[in-house]
Ligand binder design. Structure first.
Ligand SMILES: [Ca+2]
Length: 316
């Protein structure tokens, strides 16, 4: 049985690849997509999510727009990395499926509560605003969700600041809420995603598929590579968000370490840091609900992503 997942995202070049991995891999069933202001404004990322699904031939997947800004702070978009549109460098088809009318937060709650307990996995790949509001509005979802597998945070590094990752730094109060609930959380952070580099070799494998979708993915990756070369010390772009989907598909694709994680809210230099306590030996699963992802099987990851783009490209 494929696992039911909901991707809560802010596309975003790497969010787009996360959507394609979910659409093209038979081990997961993408029951819906929710959007949140992050990499760009809510309107832009919501349009991008719908356009990516259109390009992937996934017109049956509902999209609901959520929160336009963080709970407390002023949002800051990542235009240097993702461009003015949030998904610069690629020409995508216009979405044909209308945007869902319901707010993402109430849709998330309804979708979780309407299904069997422990059947829905939440995969947030943007700021955690929607998830935090959902859990405050309907705390009963904590016990109903199978697990939360999120892209965000980092144990040993940062990108939005020296020690904080963009999704968490954008809405640290929301992250604080989400990380302090009792549901199982796997934090797929920068320690891992910086290993998921889209090299020229990987891109050549995608290009060789020769579909309209594969050409669009290559356009996206070309822009993303240039953005990372211009703004960061990367020769190839780290494709963060599909790593979280990959963990849901096959947890064996990465090495994880169970440890307490909390979110810094009041640091002079460290606000938005995911403070992971690695001092003690690894706790048992029943003693600690959070784990952090550390090592990626890079070859297996790209095999999975390349194959999903081929599957989605063949049907679109
Ligand atoms: Ca994202």
């Amino acid at each position: 049985m494929p696992k039911d997942i909901i991707i809560d995202c802010d596309p975003g070049h790497d969010d787009a690849v996360a959507l394609l991995l979910a659409v093209g891999n038979p081990a997961v069933n993408l029951i819906g997509v929710t959007t949140v202001g992050g990499n760009q404004s809510l309107d832009k990322v919501t349009y991008n999510a719908r356009a990516v699904l259109e390009a992937a031939g996934a017109r049956d997947v509902p999209v609901h727009a959520g929160c336009a800004r963080p709970l407390v702070r002023t949002g800051q978009v990542a235009a240097a990395i993702h461009g003015e549109s949030g998904l610069d460098g690629v020409d995508l088809p216009r979405p044909t499926r209308p945007l869902g009318e319901q707010h993402a937060v109430t849709w998330l709650i309804d979708a979780i509560m309407a299904r069997e307990p422990k059947s829905v996995t939440l995969v947030p790949t943007g700021p955690l605003t929607n998830i935090a509001l959902a859990v405050r509005l309907a705390p009963e979802i904590v016990d109903r969700v199978r697990e939360v597998v999120l892209m965000g945070g980092a144990v040993h590094t940062g990108n939005s600041s020296p020690v904080a990752e963009f999704n968490i730094k954008t809405d640290p109060e929301a992250a604080h809420i989400v990380f302090n609930e009792a549901w199982p959380i796997t934090m797929v952070g920068l320690d891992l995603t910086h290993q998921a580099l889209c090299t020229a070799e990987v891109e050549a494998r995608i290009a060789a598929q020769g579909t309209a979708l594969s050409r669009r993915v290559c356009d996206m990756m070309d822009f993303f590579r240039q953005a990372y070369r211009s703004n960061r010390v990367f020769a190839d772009p780290p494709v963060h968000d599909p790593c979280a989907v990959a963990y849901v598909i096959d947890p064996g694709i990465m090495t994880t370490r169970r440890c307490p994680v909390d979110i810094e809210l009041a640091g002079a230099l460290t606000t938005g840091m995911t403070v992971a306590d690695l001092r003690a030996p690894e706790p048992a699963a029943d003693a600690c609900a959070t784990q952090v992802a550390l090592r990626l099987d890079v070859d297996a990851f790209w095999d999975m992503v390349v194959d999903a783009i081929a599957q989605a490209g063949a049907r679109s």
